[in-house]
Design a protein. Structure first.
Length: 97
């Protein structure tokens, strides 16, 4: 996912990226590269998502759960709405109001 207006991803975009990478299962390295995370961020987020029931870890692989899949759909809509908002904001800035 592309960064937002300020150049950084928000926590929802990071969670989206993690869940997307883990749809078919992912080891730690694939998850880090696929979601563009440092080791520390990957560790922090995967622990949180496991506690929340969105991910599960089995045999060194991370998998998305049913609950995680449901949240992924919500995050997809969030991502689309956020892009629409950012596009509108860019257009407004071009008018220099």
């Amino acid at each position: 996912m592309a960064p937002g207006v300020n150049g950084k991803r928000d926590k929802y975009e990071i969670v989206y990226d993690i869940l997307q990478v883990c749809k078919g299962g992912a080891k730690k390295t694939k998850l880090m590269y696929g979601a563009n995370l440092s080791f520390e961020l990957q560790k922090r987020y995967t622990e949180l998502l496991i506690k929340k029931g969105l991910l599960m870890k089995q045999d060194e692989m991370y998998y998305i759960t049913k609950k995680g899949s449901d949240i992924l759909q919500v995050l997809q809509r969030y991502k689309e709405k956020k892009k629409d908002f950012e596009d509108a904001l860019t257009k407004l800035k071009n008018f220099e109001i």
